[in-house]
Design a protein around this ligand. Sequence first.
Ligand code: KIV
Length: 268
Amino acid sequence: MNLKKITVPEIVRMKKDGGKIAALTAYDYLMAKILDQAGIDIILVGDSVGMVVAGHSSTLPVTLEQILYHTQAVSRGVTRALLVSDMPFLSFQVSEAQTIENAGRLMKEGNAEAVKIEGGEPVAGVISKLVDFGIPVMGHLGLTPQSFHKFGGFKVQGREEAAAGKLLQDAELLEKAGVFSIVLEKVPASLAKRVSEALHIPTIGIGAGVGCDGQILVSHDMLGLYEDFHPKFARRYAELADEMKSAFKQYIDDVKSARFPSDDESYF
Ligand code: KIV
């Protein structure tokens, strides 16, 4: 494994060199440390924390303070990966000044090395300001979960030619605004490939096919920890919820039958 620290320019270079970028989410120190040691390129403190950790049915309730807290915890476990922090709903829509302050706090107090912002044309202006001020930004297009009410659910985006054209236009606008990469969520694989080929910066897909320059999943999905729903793009690499239940059951049995603790696990 290459132990060199992953930086924003390195992520952009990976596309130029034809390499694929592997990204996953983390919300706490331990998960971040394990991911970092496994060699992940990007760790995202996603606002998905609101669903998989806090149990909300969407990402809308997540606050800046919560993302800040989780970013601080994650940053203590990361030495190599690029640490990106998600800007939650209403942390970047109210005013340019507030957006700059909020993004700055994620970097200054949270040790984030970049922030992620959902949306296209309406956020391109403020993104360009952030980049000017030295705050690297990752874009996010397609199914942007903070807008799920507008979409009428967590639906595939960009199926019709007009919507596909608009997404491509937004991606080009974001690239011009200075983002160093763009997450493409739940869009047809052919559209994600078209966008990836049109841009110089990398695309990071989630439910967007293999034509993207990298892939991201929610760690709790790919580990089989989050069982509330299972999108078809979230390949499971483990069934940790089952393993945990079986360990907890074993412990409960051992306690109830006085098989735990043993003499070796006791002080005399
Ligand atoms: O919040 C999140 O985890 C995300 C990724 C799924 C891209 O935005």
